[in-house]
Design a protein around this ligand. Structure first.
Ligand code: ATP
Ligand code: MG
Length: 290
């Protein structure tokens, strides 16, 4: 290379965009029967180098959380949006893609397949051979704490174990964007906390961007780098809050006064504060004072 060729060393690279929504509206039905699920939703998520970002989405039932996630995933009937632009990695979203993996509340396991076969199902679709599938499924079963259960069927597992199978079957495909729709909703509080910790650990390893829909403000604040709050009628984005990353287990963080104050504040705003759709003032940075 020519000695004088300019290099990009001095120019800080702008982080790449992972997801961009620009004035995205989705209506179901036509004319007088049309129902607006989300209106004018705009946001950008960048690729934070070596970390990924976890975006927690909160809001009342029917405000369009699942609609938003399913549009990112490219899943019908929510996709495509009625108007507005949706981009992933700088390209218009056109269909589901291996770089966007979805875990939903219903676990969606195949009852006639074993734990290992369920975990490796996506690999099989991608043509990965039997031995490699077994090895990788075993590695993932171990990561999510299901070692020794590989030959069981979903009906022999508890809800928490089924959810771990579902998470492993998505993460094994190493999606760059992980979409989780109330993944821990059906779990008892203790298992739920274990799953939150597991998610943080796996996410730190994989450094993907995670969108997590949750009805729990505590879960949103504990897990979220950013909390997106939505309001209903019409479904819209009304607040974006940037939060510190969890550096201790959920039980410990829940005891911090700032954590409780913020949880109460967010709950209060959820019930009382509903600005109109449109541009947000920006992402509010929040830092604990205690
Ligand atoms: N397939 C569909 N056909 C018609 N309307 C739909 C469809 N899916 C969602 N909607 C409507 O769009 C709105 C947003 O629904 P969505 O499921 O995204 O809400 P949500 O925030 O995920 O709610 P919840 O917290 O109850 O899961 C609701 O009014 C819902 O009735
Ligand atoms: Mg939903």
């Amino acid at each position: 290379m020519d000695e004088h060729t300019p290099t990009s060393v001095d120019v800080p690279a702008k982080p790449a965009e992972v997801v961009r929504f620009n004035k995205v509206t989705k209506s179901f039905g036509e004319g007088r029967n049309a129902k607006v699920a989300i209106q004018d939703v705009s946001f950008v998520v960048h690729d934070l180098p070596d970390t990924g970002e976890l975006i927690a989405i909160v809001g009342p039932s029917g405000c369009g959380k699942s609609t938003l996630l399913r549009i990112i995933a490219g899943l019908r009937p929510h996709f495509p949006a009625t108007s507005g632009d949706t981009h992933a990695f700088g390209k218009p979203i056109e269909r589901p893609d291996a770089d966007r993996g979805m875990v939903d509340q219903k676990y969606s396991l195949m009852p006639h397949l074993t734990v290992a076969e369920n975990i490796a199902f996506g690999l099989k679709l991608r043509g990965v051979g039997g031995r490699e599938r077994r090895d990788r499924a075993h590695a993932w079963a171990t990561k999510v704490g299901l070692e020794g259960n590989e030959d069981k069927y979903p009906s022999e597992l508890s809800g928490g174990m089924q959810q771990r199978v579902s998470i492993a079957s998505t993460l094994i495909l190493e999606p760059k964007i992980l979409l989780m729709d109330e993944p821990f909703g059906a779990l008892d509080p203790k298992i739920r906390m274990q799953m939150q910790e597991l998610l943080v650990q796996l996410w730190n390893e994989q450094q993907s961007t995670v969108f997590l829909v949750t009805h729990s403000m505590e879960e949103a604040i504990y897990l979220g780098d950013r909390v997106m709050r939505m309001a209903t009628k019409p479904g819209r984005l009304v607040e974006e809050l940037q939060l510190p990353r969890p550096d201790e287990p959920p039980e410990a963080m829940r005891k911090r006064p700032w954590f409780n104050d913020l949880t109460q504040d967010l709950l209060h705003r959820l019930e009382t504060d509903a600005p109109p759709a449109g541009e947000l003032p920006g992402i509010e940075k929040w830092r604990p004072r205690s």
